[in-house]
Ligand binder design. Structure first.
Ligand code: ISL
Ligand code: CA
Length: 568
């Protein structure tokens, strides 16, 4: 923490100080980050070559999406060998050099623990399906057919049934994701010990923690009742409410997490705000923080897109910023490798407003309450990709949904494509745009593994780093401001005008320090009255050249973002 006012204190505003509460985290999806050997696929040496770029942005921690050996049915979220680097990404020596480079730059590294399931090519599953009485038979969840059918009506989050009949073993196995991602049986103590051991393998190399993939799903009610009749409950809320989740996380804390100075963030698809303290209250010794999905999926109904409003967006932000006590910490994110690009999702990716709206969203991300996560390329204002046909998609979720919905004539191809154009995970997986050379400098190969967004000529890191008015430079300024302003980290949050249809304005207050953030989520110029008795004094930062020192009202330009220091 750079701020001198915090140097010596152990608690701030009632919160215990922790390095991960004061950090800004940058997520790398290695497949799409940087290719170093011309095979069209991102790799670890490619990341090493860009560590200075990451360091210069001002972030503190890198979250690396899975780099482990995988057949890539789900781009690495289907692990075949937890102790081997995926061949396309390089070698263990490359990993060791990456970690050295990260440490040398005083950065930290967290890895992606995918332990709810493995690849079906993992040796454990290969053995498990051989018979019902070998040491690995119960590493996964097998059930006999029920009247010749699947054991219950659970569905895969990638479409279709969550049960697959294995002809060799003659039973069904559970897969909450693709058939190539069989769920591990966490009720089996041997499975839990195996996971603890693989965690220690990487922790003993010196990594600084884990992002834990769908960790709330690891415990299942193994009587496997059908879904509750009311079809209003989405499957992820059932899957995230297993009976022994907290036992297993507390055991993991005892056996592994408590032995290292690390941070953990659970991907909590299907966990509500009300359930959050059960997972992250520091007195429970489970996880440090979790990712919620309420905000990034406020416009989603399963794979379908639905309209959203800013008051709804703000209500979610307020609920989370005010809904936890000092013993629970939050994350803040607008995107990751599973979501569309923020400037296309929540901003305005038109040529005229892409830059101000991307900066406006960055202002929200970096002045909100909770540890901010930046996804690779968002610091450049990278946009969604203009998909025109299903053959352009790579994501197994898109392909499986297409099979389950279009090939069964339940939905028209055009209808599904309309939704995918707004919601697909593939939007965030187009290669990082480094410069205006062929394939955006991502690879020297003629054909990268996935299409490069053709707008790389004007949207790329080389241009951004050289342009003082770039989104990248604005992210740098915001990150520095956040680090030097404890009020943005530990300060109280208050929404100034929850019902305003286009302006999002809130204060962050810590003791006598109070800041007002005003964000115009529209193309309309708006006069925004300040709250009675509050005067916006000095303008600290803005995404435009305005110098407006406001007293009673702000005249906001389209997609304007302003940060003012308030005087009480
Ligand atoms: O699209 C989704 C569900 O329909 C996503 O929200 C995502 O699948 C879910 O949040 C779980 O994501 C994690 O686990 C998946 C993997 O495909 C995602 O990339 C990962 O982030 C299975 O490992
Ligand atoms: Ca490569």
């Amino acid at each position: 923490m750079n701020s001198p006012s915090l140097d010596k204190t152990r608690t701030v505003n009632g919160y215990l100080r922790k390095w991960w509460k004061e950090s800004v985290i940058y997520q790398i999806y290695p497949r799409s980050f940087k290719d170093s050997n011309g095979d069209g696929i991102g790799d670890l040496p490619g990341i090493i070559s860009k560590l200075d770029y990451i360091k210069d942005l001002g972030v503190d921690v890198i979250w690396l999406s899975p780099h482990f050996d995988s057949p890539n049915a789900d781009n690495g979220y289907d692990i075949r060998d937890y102790r081997k680097v995926m061949t396309e990404f390089g070698t263990m020596a490359d990993f060791d050099e990456l970690l050295r480079g990260i440490k040398q730059r005083k950065l930290k590294l967290i890895l992606d623990l995918v332990a709810n399931h493995t690849s079906d090519e993992h040796p454990w599953f290969v053995a498990s399906r051989q018979s019902k009485d070998n040491p690995y038979s119960d590493y996964y969840i097998w059930r006999a057919p029920k009247e010749g059918r699947e054991p219950n009506d659970w569905i895969s989050l990638f479409g279709g049934s969550a049960w697959k009949k294995d002809e060799l073993r003659g039973e069904f196995y559970l897969h909450l994701f693709s058939e190539k991602q069989p769920d591990l049986n966490w009720d089996n103590q041997n499975v839990r010990s195996e996971v603890h051991d693989l965690m220690k393998f990487w922790l003993d190399k010196g990594i600084d923690g884990f992002r834990m993939d769908v960790i709330p799903f690891i415990s299942k009610d193994q009587t496997f009742p059908n879904f509750p009749k009311s079809d209003s409950v989405r499957p992820e809320y059932i899957y995230a409410a297993g009976p022994k989740l907290h036992d297993y996380l507390q055991e993991m804390h005892r056996e592994v997490l408590s032995k290292y100075d690390l941070m953990t963030v659970g991907e909590a698809f299907g966990v509500t705000l009300e359930q959050t303290p059960m997972l992250v209250d520091e007195r429970r010794n489970e996880l440090d923080m979790i990712f919620h999905f309420d905000l990034v999926r406020l416009d989603r109904d399963g794979w379908r897109w639905k309209p959203w409003t800013l008051p709804k967006f703000k209500a979610i932000c307020k609920r989370f910023a005010q809904g936890l006590d000092v013993h629970s910490w939050l994350t803040v994110y607008l995107s990751n490798h599973d979501s569309p690009r923020p400037v296309s999702h929540f901003g305005d990716d038109s040529p005229e407003y892409r830059i101000p709206s991307a900066k406006m969203l960055a202002t929200l991300l970096l002045t909100s309450k909770g540890t901010p996560f930046i996804y690779q390329g968002d610091e450049l204002g990278m946009t969604n990709y203009h998909f025109t046909g299903i053959e352009q998609f790579d994501d197994i979720e898109a392909k499986n949904t297409w099979k389950a919905e279009v090939l069964t004539d339940r939905v028209s191809a055009e209808d599904l494509l309309d939704h995918f154009r707004k919601t697909s995970r593939d939007h965030s997986r187009t290669p990082m745009q480094w410069d205006d050379s062929p394939n955006a400098g991502f690879t020297t190969a003629d054909k990268p593994w996935f299409a490069v967004n053709p707008n790389y000529q004007e949207i790329n890191a080389k241009q951004a780093v050289a342009d003082n008015n770039s989104i990248y430079k604005y992210y740098q300024a915001l990150i520095q401001l956040r680090k030097n302003t404890p009020a943005f980290i530990y300060g109280d949050y208050d929404d100034i005008d929850p019902e305003h249809p286009s302006v999002f304005s809130y204060t962050r207050t810590l003791g006598s320090e109070s800041y007002l953030v005003a964000l115009n989520f529209s193309r309309d110029p708006i006069s925004f009255p300040l709250p009675k008795g509050r005067k916006a004094r000095s303008l600290v930062l803005s995404n435009t050249t305005t110098k407006e020192e406001a007293n009673t009202e702000l005249r906001l330009n389209p997609w304007d973002a302003r940060i003012y220091r308030l005087s009480n």
